[in-house]
Write a protein that binds this ligand. Sequence first.
Ligand SMILES: [Zn+2]
Length: 445
Amino acid sequence: MNAGAPDARIDADRLWGDLMALAEITDPQRPYTRRSFSPTFLRGRAWLADRYRDAGLTVRVDAAGNLIGRRAGSAADAPAIVVGSHSDSVPGGGRFDGIAGVVAGLEVARALADGGIALAHPLEVVDFLAEEPSEFGVSCIGSRAVAGLLDAGHLAMTAPGGETLAQAIERTGGDPARIGAARRADIGAFLELHIEQGPVLEARGIDLGIVTAIVGITRVEIRFAGEAAHAGTVPMNARRDAAVAAAEAVLAVRDLARGFADRGEGHFVATCGVCEILPNASNVVPGQARLVVDARSERAEAMSAFVARLEAALQAIARGNDVALAAFRIVSGNDPAACDAALQRVLQESAERAGYSSLRMASGAGHDAAYVAHVAPAAMLFVPSRGGRSHCPEEWTGQAELAAGAQVMLEAVRRIDGAPEPVSRAAPRSVTRNSLRSGREAGNP
Ligand SMILES: [Zn+2]
């Protein structure tokens, strides 16, 4: 930014008012719920499109159903600086996940207009379609398409009512027959403000998180096959109890993941969130057990090593319990996405200039930025989440904390616009060996 450049300030009250107004567009039976493609979601989008227009932005919906507000730049053919996130929610979610980044982007555009500041680059505020797992069994639909990774297989997926994803995208104003047109090659920089959804910033008393990488997520299905038997008559040393093997497997997952996290492998977590035993009866020795492991790492090599060591550990557990490891199947997997190093620096300098502390940290949740990173330099800014709570009605970020994040976004946009090499197009931006195309997945955020 040039010395003497006009000042521009986020209006914290206006930003907060927008956030709360959009949050209140919720399924009244279950606050806060704005599921993608639902009538409530479409009402929220209509509201948002009006706010875009009020801010002087040109509104369009791209082929993938992303809602975009655009402010023209003064330089011909300059790539766009894009800010945004998503306006859909999980069922019974919070008021901040997703929309914080959308309304912050909108406020950045308004603050620039209020300050009479023209940018050389176009500025776009994007509400990506259906970031959360949708009824179609796929997440990050809009940003996936921006990366050119939403294919005919995805479009043919159906919701329980029978509607295809293509039909649903059409309902939002998209044009699925031209889905390839949603792929972007003209984004110079992408910035996503998001709530942290975890406890780190608050616990350490730090204002903002600058994301280094968005974790890759691997899900593994595990099945043990033993032998169902009478719980009263079969002696302890003659059992083939699949539940005991499953219990040992849960501990093995925890211990292995702790090992990776403690060894300086960066952010590494793993969870056994699904555990089923059959026949699940009090007087029967369990003959079958099924687990699903969700493992997340910011380093692809760490994930590969974890999966290999987990399989070896499970083989040993199976042998020790006289059961079979009947399945060890990778259900879904994607690679971590590195945030652009130059944009991370811009965010850090912007935070310093605005007087806020910041911390470099990985994102343990999936985000639209991970997909945009396939086609453009992308980075993320986290604002604190009270108590680390998210995906629940208690989700909370204070007004001043949100405004701080938006102010830093504003600073960053101006720095990117004013830098002599305005966009780091040549920077290496992704560590992907991409397996994101893999079909129906539970959804990662
Ligand atoms: Zn989100």
